[in-house]
Design a protein around this ligand. Structure first.
Ligand SMILES: Cc1cc2nc3c(=O)[nH]c(=O)nc-3n(C[C@H](O)[C@H](O)[C@H](O)COP(=O)(O)OP(=O)(O)OC[C@H]3O[C@@H](n4cnc5c(N)ncnc54)[C@H](O)[C@@H]3O)c2cc1C
Length: 387
Protein backbone atom coordinates (compact mmCIF):
# COMPACT_ATOMS: atom_id res chain seq x y z
CA UNK A 1 0.00 0.00 0.00
CA UNK A 2 1.30 3.51 -0.86
CA UNK A 3 2.40 5.61 2.13
CA UNK A 4 0.47 8.75 3.03
CA UNK A 5 1.49 12.01 1.30
CA UNK A 6 4.52 13.90 2.69
CA UNK A 7 3.10 17.19 1.53
CA UNK A 8 -0.08 18.69 0.11
CA UNK A 9 1.30 20.06 -3.16
CA UNK A 10 4.56 19.23 -4.93
CA UNK A 11 5.41 21.83 -7.57
CA UNK A 12 7.89 20.64 -10.21
CA UNK A 13 9.90 23.56 -11.62
CA UNK A 14 11.02 26.78 -9.96
CA UNK A 15 10.73 29.09 -12.96
CA UNK A 16 8.42 32.09 -12.61
CA UNK A 17 5.30 29.91 -12.77
CA UNK A 18 6.27 27.28 -10.18
CA UNK A 19 7.60 29.94 -7.83
CA UNK A 20 4.43 32.04 -8.13
CA UNK A 21 2.34 28.95 -7.39
CA UNK A 22 4.52 27.98 -4.41
CA UNK A 23 4.30 31.51 -3.01
CA UNK A 24 0.52 31.66 -3.36
CA UNK A 25 0.04 28.26 -1.66
CA UNK A 26 2.63 28.80 1.09
CA UNK A 27 0.88 31.96 2.25
CA UNK A 28 -2.47 30.26 2.91
CA UNK A 29 -1.32 27.27 4.89
CA UNK A 30 -0.99 24.64 2.15
CA UNK A 31 2.10 22.47 2.78
CA UNK A 32 4.06 23.08 -0.42
CA UNK A 33 7.42 21.94 -1.77
CA UNK A 34 8.86 23.36 -4.99
CA UNK A 35 11.68 21.36 -6.60
CA UNK A 36 13.89 22.14 -9.57
CA UNK A 37 16.49 20.23 -11.56
CA UNK A 38 18.89 23.19 -11.68
CA UNK A 39 21.73 22.76 -9.18
CA UNK A 40 21.13 26.33 -7.97
CA UNK A 41 18.89 29.26 -8.93
CA UNK A 42 21.13 30.51 -11.75
CA UNK A 43 19.28 31.34 -14.98
CA UNK A 44 21.27 30.46 -18.07
CA UNK A 45 19.61 32.67 -20.67
CA UNK A 46 17.88 35.99 -21.05
CA UNK A 47 14.16 35.45 -21.66
CA UNK A 48 10.99 37.36 -20.75
CA UNK A 49 11.16 41.12 -20.29
CA UNK A 50 7.63 42.35 -19.77
CA UNK A 51 5.22 42.07 -16.87
CA UNK A 52 1.87 43.39 -18.07
CA UNK A 53 -0.53 45.52 -16.02
CA UNK A 54 -3.07 42.70 -15.54
CA UNK A 55 -0.36 40.44 -14.08
CA UNK A 56 0.92 43.22 -11.80
CA UNK A 57 -2.56 43.85 -10.42
CA UNK A 58 -3.05 40.13 -9.81
CA UNK A 59 0.36 39.85 -8.11
CA UNK A 60 -0.65 42.70 -5.81
CA UNK A 61 -3.84 40.88 -4.78
CA UNK A 62 -2.43 37.38 -4.48
CA UNK A 63 1.08 38.02 -3.14
CA UNK A 64 0.76 41.03 -0.82
CA UNK A 65 1.76 43.91 -3.07
CA UNK A 66 4.35 42.09 -5.20
CA UNK A 67 3.07 43.82 -8.37
CA UNK A 68 4.01 47.22 -6.97
CA UNK A 69 7.48 45.94 -6.07
CA UNK A 70 8.03 44.57 -9.59
CA UNK A 71 6.67 47.79 -11.15
CA UNK A 72 8.96 49.96 -9.01
CA UNK A 73 12.04 48.04 -10.24
CA UNK A 74 11.08 47.99 -13.93
CA UNK A 75 11.49 50.41 -16.83
CA UNK A 76 8.10 51.79 -17.86
CA UNK A 77 7.37 52.00 -21.58
CA UNK A 78 4.35 54.30 -21.99
CA UNK A 79 3.85 53.65 -25.72
CA UNK A 80 4.98 51.15 -28.37
CA UNK A 81 5.80 52.98 -31.59
CA UNK A 82 6.01 51.25 -34.96
CA UNK A 83 8.41 52.70 -37.52
CA UNK A 84 9.37 52.13 -41.13
CA UNK A 85 12.79 53.78 -41.27
CA UNK A 86 12.19 57.30 -39.96
CA UNK A 87 8.48 57.20 -40.75
CA UNK A 88 6.15 56.52 -37.84
CA UNK A 89 3.43 54.09 -38.90
CA UNK A 90 1.42 53.72 -35.71
CA UNK A 91 1.54 53.34 -31.95
CA UNK A 92 -0.06 51.49 -29.07
CA UNK A 93 -0.70 53.76 -26.08
CA UNK A 94 -0.28 51.92 -22.80
CA UNK A 95 -0.56 55.17 -20.85
CA UNK A 96 -4.30 55.45 -21.55
CA UNK A 97 -5.18 52.16 -19.83
CA UNK A 98 -7.48 52.21 -16.78
CA UNK A 99 -4.93 50.90 -14.27
CA UNK A 100 -2.31 52.13 -11.81
CA UNK A 101 0.24 50.38 -14.08
CA UNK A 102 -0.44 52.21 -17.34
CA UNK A 103 2.70 50.99 -19.14
CA UNK A 104 4.60 47.94 -20.36
CA UNK A 105 6.79 47.30 -17.32
CA UNK A 106 10.11 45.85 -18.50
CA UNK A 107 12.30 43.87 -16.15
CA UNK A 108 14.54 40.83 -16.84
CA UNK A 109 12.86 37.51 -16.05
CA UNK A 110 15.72 36.63 -13.68
CA UNK A 111 14.82 39.64 -11.54
CA UNK A 112 11.11 38.75 -11.50
CA UNK A 113 12.04 35.20 -10.46
CA UNK A 114 14.27 36.51 -7.67
CA UNK A 115 11.37 38.56 -6.26
CA UNK A 116 8.94 35.65 -6.52
CA UNK A 117 11.43 33.39 -4.77
CA UNK A 118 11.81 35.70 -1.82
CA UNK A 119 8.00 35.84 -1.52
CA UNK A 120 7.90 32.03 -1.66
CA UNK A 121 10.28 31.60 1.26
CA UNK A 122 8.77 34.51 3.24
CA UNK A 123 5.35 32.82 2.95
CA UNK A 124 6.55 29.44 4.20
CA UNK A 125 7.05 27.55 0.91
CA UNK A 126 10.04 25.19 0.61
CA UNK A 127 12.35 25.27 -2.40
CA UNK A 128 14.88 22.53 -3.24
CA UNK A 129 17.37 22.80 -6.09
CA UNK A 130 19.13 19.84 -7.73
CA UNK A 131 16.01 17.62 -7.81
CA UNK A 132 15.15 16.25 -11.27
CA UNK A 133 11.83 14.45 -11.63
CA UNK A 134 12.15 11.31 -13.74
CA UNK A 135 8.81 9.56 -13.31
CA UNK A 136 5.51 9.68 -11.43
CA UNK A 137 2.67 7.38 -10.55
CA UNK A 138 -0.70 8.23 -8.98
CA UNK A 139 -3.26 6.31 -6.94
CA UNK A 140 -6.44 7.18 -5.05
CA UNK A 141 -4.68 9.14 -2.27
CA UNK A 142 -1.74 10.84 -3.88
CA UNK A 143 1.11 10.92 -6.37
CA UNK A 144 4.54 9.31 -5.96
CA UNK A 145 7.32 11.13 -7.77
CA UNK A 146 10.81 9.72 -8.49
CA UNK A 147 13.50 12.36 -8.15
CA UNK A 148 17.22 12.22 -9.03
CA UNK A 149 19.43 14.26 -6.69
CA UNK A 150 23.18 14.66 -6.27
CA UNK A 151 23.11 12.02 -3.54
CA UNK A 152 20.88 9.45 -5.24
CA UNK A 153 17.25 8.75 -6.04
CA UNK A 154 14.37 9.81 -3.77
CA UNK A 155 10.68 9.12 -3.76
CA UNK A 156 8.45 12.08 -2.86
CA UNK A 157 4.75 11.78 -2.20
CA UNK A 158 2.13 14.53 -2.40
CA UNK A 159 -1.67 14.84 -2.56
CA UNK A 160 -1.32 16.90 -5.76
CA UNK A 161 1.52 17.51 -8.23
CA UNK A 162 1.78 20.51 -10.56
CA UNK A 163 4.11 20.38 -13.56
CA UNK A 164 5.61 23.85 -14.01
CA UNK A 165 8.66 22.28 -15.64
CA UNK A 166 8.70 24.22 -18.88
CA UNK A 167 8.47 23.45 -22.58
CA UNK A 168 9.97 19.94 -22.38
CA UNK A 169 7.93 19.04 -19.29
CA UNK A 170 8.69 15.59 -17.87
CA UNK A 171 5.46 15.80 -15.85
CA UNK A 172 3.46 16.35 -19.06
CA UNK A 173 5.02 13.25 -20.66
CA UNK A 174 4.61 11.20 -17.49
CA UNK A 175 0.89 11.93 -17.23
CA UNK A 176 0.29 11.15 -20.91
CA UNK A 177 -0.62 14.67 -22.08
CA UNK A 178 0.64 16.06 -25.39
CA UNK A 179 1.36 19.55 -26.71
CA UNK A 180 -0.04 19.75 -30.25
CA UNK A 181 0.62 22.77 -32.46
CA UNK A 182 3.34 24.05 -34.76
CA UNK A 183 6.80 25.58 -34.82
CA UNK A 184 7.21 28.97 -36.52
CA UNK A 185 9.38 28.82 -39.67
CA UNK A 186 11.14 32.08 -38.68
CA UNK A 187 14.23 32.38 -36.51
CA UNK A 188 14.24 35.19 -33.96
CA UNK A 189 17.09 37.25 -32.54
CA UNK A 190 17.48 38.33 -28.95
CA UNK A 191 20.20 40.55 -27.49
CA UNK A 192 20.91 42.69 -24.44
CA UNK A 193 22.85 45.80 -25.44
CA UNK A 194 23.99 49.23 -24.40
CA UNK A 195 23.24 51.99 -26.86
CA UNK A 196 22.97 55.75 -27.16
CA UNK A 197 19.89 56.95 -28.95
CA UNK A 198 17.79 59.96 -29.74
CA UNK A 199 14.69 57.72 -29.59
CA UNK A 200 12.26 58.38 -26.72
CA UNK A 201 13.53 56.15 -23.90
CA UNK A 202 10.08 55.92 -22.29
CA UNK A 203 8.77 53.98 -25.30
CA UNK A 204 9.28 50.62 -26.97
CA UNK A 205 10.20 50.98 -30.67
CA UNK A 206 9.47 48.44 -33.40
CA UNK A 207 11.11 48.89 -36.81
CA UNK A 208 9.73 47.02 -39.82
CA UNK A 209 11.76 46.78 -43.03
CA UNK A 210 12.39 44.56 -46.03
CA UNK A 211 15.22 42.95 -43.99
CA UNK A 212 12.95 41.99 -41.12
CA UNK A 213 11.65 43.35 -37.84
CA UNK A 214 13.55 44.79 -34.89
CA UNK A 215 12.11 45.74 -31.49
CA UNK A 216 14.04 47.95 -29.05
CA UNK A 217 12.81 47.81 -25.47
CA UNK A 218 14.13 50.05 -22.71
CA UNK A 219 15.20 47.98 -19.69
CA UNK A 220 16.26 49.20 -16.22
CA UNK A 221 19.87 48.79 -17.41
CA UNK A 222 20.39 49.01 -21.18
CA UNK A 223 18.09 47.83 -23.96
CA UNK A 224 16.67 44.50 -25.09
CA UNK A 225 16.61 43.83 -28.85
CA UNK A 226 14.18 41.31 -30.26
CA UNK A 227 13.55 40.66 -33.95
CA UNK A 228 13.45 38.28 -36.88
CA UNK A 229 16.33 36.60 -38.71
CA UNK A 230 16.37 35.03 -42.16
CA UNK A 231 17.80 31.53 -42.62
CA UNK A 232 21.02 32.82 -44.19
CA UNK A 233 21.76 35.40 -41.48
CA UNK A 234 24.33 34.46 -38.85
CA UNK A 235 23.95 36.10 -35.44
CA UNK A 236 26.98 36.78 -33.23
CA UNK A 237 27.88 39.80 -31.08
CA UNK A 238 30.09 40.88 -34.03
CA UNK A 239 27.41 40.60 -36.74
CA UNK A 240 24.64 42.13 -34.61
CA UNK A 241 25.44 45.82 -35.36
CA UNK A 242 25.09 45.22 -39.13
CA UNK A 243 21.83 43.27 -38.69
CA UNK A 244 20.48 46.13 -36.55
CA UNK A 245 21.52 48.80 -39.07
CA UNK A 246 19.78 46.93 -41.91
CA UNK A 247 16.50 46.80 -39.99
CA UNK A 248 16.67 50.44 -38.87
CA UNK A 249 17.23 51.65 -42.45
CA UNK A 250 17.25 55.46 -42.57
CA UNK A 251 16.75 55.56 -38.78
CA UNK A 252 20.18 53.94 -38.23
CA UNK A 253 21.66 57.33 -37.36
CA UNK A 254 19.34 57.51 -34.33
CA UNK A 255 20.96 54.50 -32.68
CA UNK A 256 24.60 54.09 -31.66
CA UNK A 257 25.04 50.53 -30.44
CA UNK A 258 28.25 50.34 -28.43
CA UNK A 259 28.21 47.17 -26.34
CA UNK A 260 26.61 43.78 -26.85
CA UNK A 261 26.18 41.98 -23.53
CA UNK A 262 24.61 38.84 -24.93
CA UNK A 263 23.09 37.76 -28.26
CA UNK A 264 21.35 34.59 -29.33
CA UNK A 265 18.92 33.23 -31.89
CA UNK A 266 16.00 30.89 -31.28
CA UNK A 267 12.92 29.28 -32.77
CA UNK A 268 9.50 29.45 -31.24
CA UNK A 269 6.18 27.61 -31.25
CA UNK A 270 2.42 27.94 -31.05
CA UNK A 271 1.23 24.97 -28.96
CA UNK A 272 -1.48 24.21 -26.43
CA UNK A 273 -1.69 21.10 -24.24
CA UNK A 274 -4.52 18.61 -24.86
CA UNK A 275 -5.45 18.55 -21.13
CA UNK A 276 -4.50 20.63 -18.12
CA UNK A 277 -5.36 17.93 -15.60
CA UNK A 278 -4.79 14.18 -15.33
CA UNK A 279 -6.25 13.04 -12.00
CA UNK A 280 -4.11 14.57 -9.24
CA UNK A 281 -1.59 16.06 -11.67
CA UNK A 282 -1.90 19.54 -13.22
CA UNK A 283 0.10 21.49 -15.81
CA UNK A 284 0.82 25.23 -15.83
CA UNK A 285 2.97 27.75 -17.72
CA UNK A 286 5.20 26.63 -20.59
CA UNK A 287 4.44 22.99 -19.72
CA UNK A 288 0.91 23.72 -20.96
CA UNK A 289 1.34 26.31 -23.71
CA UNK A 290 3.99 27.94 -25.91
CA UNK A 291 3.58 31.09 -27.99
CA UNK A 292 5.75 33.49 -29.95
CA UNK A 293 7.44 36.26 -27.94
CA UNK A 294 5.57 38.92 -29.95
CA UNK A 295 3.40 40.71 -27.39
CA UNK A 296 5.47 39.37 -24.47
CA UNK A 297 2.77 37.03 -23.12
CA UNK A 298 4.31 33.65 -22.15
CA UNK A 299 5.45 34.38 -18.61
CA UNK A 300 2.37 36.51 -17.92
CA UNK A 301 0.01 33.76 -19.03
CA UNK A 302 1.88 31.23 -16.90
CA UNK A 303 1.84 33.38 -13.75
CA UNK A 304 -1.92 33.86 -14.19
CA UNK A 305 -2.30 30.03 -14.50
CA UNK A 306 -0.35 29.64 -11.26
CA UNK A 307 -2.43 32.14 -9.30
CA UNK A 308 -5.71 30.67 -10.54
CA UNK A 309 -4.68 27.10 -9.72
CA UNK A 310 -3.20 28.18 -6.36
CA UNK A 311 -6.57 29.55 -5.25
CA UNK A 312 -8.37 26.38 -6.31
CA UNK A 313 -5.91 24.01 -4.63
CA UNK A 314 -6.07 26.08 -1.44
CA UNK A 315 -9.85 25.91 -1.36
CA UNK A 316 -9.74 22.10 -1.70
CA UNK A 317 -6.84 21.50 0.73
CA UNK A 318 -7.65 24.14 3.37
CA UNK A 319 -11.44 24.59 3.10
CA UNK A 320 -12.34 21.08 1.91
CA UNK A 321 -14.06 22.34 -1.26
CA UNK A 322 -15.35 19.82 -3.77
CA UNK A 323 -12.92 18.38 -6.34
CA UNK A 324 -15.02 19.99 -9.10
CA UNK A 325 -13.32 23.29 -8.18
CA UNK A 326 -10.14 21.81 -9.63
CA UNK A 327 -11.85 20.98 -12.93
CA UNK A 328 -12.63 24.68 -13.17
CA UNK A 329 -8.89 25.33 -13.67
CA UNK A 330 -8.87 24.09 -17.26
CA UNK A 331 -12.23 25.72 -17.95
CA UNK A 332 -10.79 29.07 -16.82
CA UNK A 333 -7.30 28.91 -18.24
CA UNK A 334 -7.64 27.12 -21.62
CA UNK A 335 -9.66 29.97 -23.21
CA UNK A 336 -7.11 32.51 -21.92
CA UNK A 337 -4.24 30.53 -23.48
CA UNK A 338 -6.15 29.96 -26.73
CA UNK A 339 -6.78 33.71 -26.98
CA UNK A 340 -3.11 34.59 -26.41
CA UNK A 341 -2.01 32.01 -28.97
CA UNK A 342 -4.49 33.40 -31.52
CA UNK A 343 -3.39 36.99 -30.88
CA UNK A 344 0.32 36.23 -30.97
CA UNK A 345 -0.05 34.14 -34.17
CA UNK A 346 -1.79 37.00 -35.98
CA UNK A 347 0.63 39.68 -34.66
CA UNK A 348 3.61 37.49 -35.58
CA UNK A 349 2.21 36.84 -39.08
CA UNK A 350 1.68 40.58 -39.57
CA UNK A 351 5.12 41.53 -38.30
CA UNK A 352 7.05 38.98 -40.35
CA UNK A 353 5.08 39.67 -43.57
CA UNK A 354 7.38 38.37 -46.34
CA UNK A 355 6.14 39.74 -49.65
CA UNK A 356 6.13 43.46 -50.60
CA UNK A 357 2.33 43.28 -51.04
CA UNK A 358 1.85 41.85 -47.54
CA UNK A 359 4.17 44.46 -46.05
CA UNK A 360 2.38 47.30 -47.85
CA UNK A 361 -1.03 46.01 -46.68
CA UNK A 362 0.26 45.68 -43.08
CA UNK A 363 1.62 49.23 -42.99
CA UNK A 364 -1.63 50.67 -44.39
CA UNK A 365 -3.71 48.65 -41.96
CA UNK A 366 -1.60 49.75 -38.96
CA UNK A 367 -1.77 53.41 -40.05
CA UNK A 368 -5.56 53.37 -40.10
CA UNK A 369 -6.34 50.87 -37.34
CA UNK A 370 -4.12 52.38 -34.63
CA UNK A 371 -6.12 55.61 -34.87
CA UNK A 372 -9.40 53.86 -34.04
CA UNK A 373 -10.23 53.93 -30.29
CA UNK A 374 -11.76 50.41 -30.17
CA UNK A 375 -8.64 48.97 -31.86
CA UNK A 376 -6.35 50.96 -29.54
CA UNK A 377 -8.31 49.61 -26.57
CA UNK A 378 -8.18 46.04 -27.82
CA UNK A 379 -4.44 46.24 -28.45
CA UNK A 380 -3.51 47.85 -25.12
CA UNK A 381 -6.05 46.60 -22.57
CA UNK A 382 -6.32 43.20 -24.30
CA UNK A 383 -2.55 42.55 -24.37
CA UNK A 384 -2.15 43.87 -20.84
CA UNK A 385 -4.60 41.22 -19.62
CA UNK A 386 -6.90 43.81 -18.03
CA UNK A 387 -10.28 42.58 -19.29
C1 LIG B 1 13.71 34.00 -26.05
C2 LIG B 1 12.49 34.12 -25.21
C3 LIG B 1 11.91 35.37 -24.98
C4 LIG B 1 10.77 35.48 -24.19
N1 LIG B 1 10.21 36.70 -23.98
C5 LIG B 1 9.07 36.80 -23.20
C6 LIG B 1 8.48 38.08 -22.87
O1 LIG B 1 8.95 39.14 -23.26
N2 LIG B 1 7.37 38.07 -22.08
C7 LIG B 1 6.82 36.93 -21.57
O2 LIG B 1 5.81 36.99 -20.85
N3 LIG B 1 7.37 35.71 -21.86
C8 LIG B 1 8.48 35.63 -22.64
N4 LIG B 1 9.06 34.41 -22.89
C9 LIG B 1 8.44 33.22 -22.33
C10 LIG B 1 8.86 32.99 -20.89
O3 LIG B 1 10.26 32.99 -20.77
C11 LIG B 1 8.28 31.67 -20.45
O4 LIG B 1 6.89 31.68 -20.75
C12 LIG B 1 8.49 31.43 -18.96
O5 LIG B 1 9.84 31.23 -18.64
C13 LIG B 1 7.71 30.18 -18.56
O6 LIG B 1 7.92 29.95 -17.21
P1 LIG B 1 7.75 28.49 -16.62
O7 LIG B 1 7.99 28.66 -15.15
O8 LIG B 1 6.50 27.89 -17.10
O9 LIG B 1 8.91 27.62 -17.28
P2 LIG B 1 10.48 27.81 -17.22
O10 LIG B 1 10.86 29.22 -17.01
O11 LIG B 1 11.01 27.09 -18.42
O12 LIG B 1 10.90 27.01 -15.90
C14 LIG B 1 10.81 25.60 -15.84
C15 LIG B 1 11.67 25.12 -14.68
O13 LIG B 1 11.48 23.71 -14.56
C16 LIG B 1 12.71 23.09 -14.30
N5 LIG B 1 12.63 21.70 -14.75
C17 LIG B 1 12.56 21.25 -16.02
N6 LIG B 1 12.47 19.90 -16.03
C18 LIG B 1 12.50 19.47 -14.74
C19 LIG B 1 12.43 18.21 -14.10
N7 LIG B 1 12.32 17.08 -14.81
N8 LIG B 1 12.48 18.15 -12.75
C20 LIG B 1 12.59 19.30 -12.01
N9 LIG B 1 12.66 20.54 -12.57
C21 LIG B 1 12.60 20.63 -13.91
C22 LIG B 1 13.73 23.92 -15.06
O14 LIG B 1 15.03 23.79 -14.49
C23 LIG B 1 13.17 25.33 -14.91
O15 LIG B 1 13.72 26.01 -13.82
C24 LIG B 1 10.20 34.31 -23.66
C25 LIG B 1 10.79 33.05 -23.89
C26 LIG B 1 11.92 32.96 -24.66
C27 LIG B 1 12.54 31.59 -24.90
Amino acid sequence: MAESPHTDVLVVGAGPVGTALGASLGGVGVRTVVIDARPDGAIESSRATTVHAGTLERLDDALSGLGAEVAASGAWARRSIMWHGRRKIGEIRWDGMPTRYAAMVNLPQAEVERMLRSRLTARGGHLRWGCRVTALEQDADGVTVDVDTATGTESLRARFVVGCDGARSTVRHACGASLPGATYPERFLLADVDLDTSLDETCTHVFVSTHGVLGLMPMPHGWRLNGTLTDDEHLTPDTLPELVRARLGRAAEWVDLHAVGWANDYRTHSRLVDRYRAGRVFLAGDAAHLNSPVGGQGMNLGIMDALDLGQRLASVVVDGADDAVLDGYEAARRPAAARVLRLSRSSTRQLVARSPVERFARDQLVRVAHRLPPVQRRLSVGQAGLR
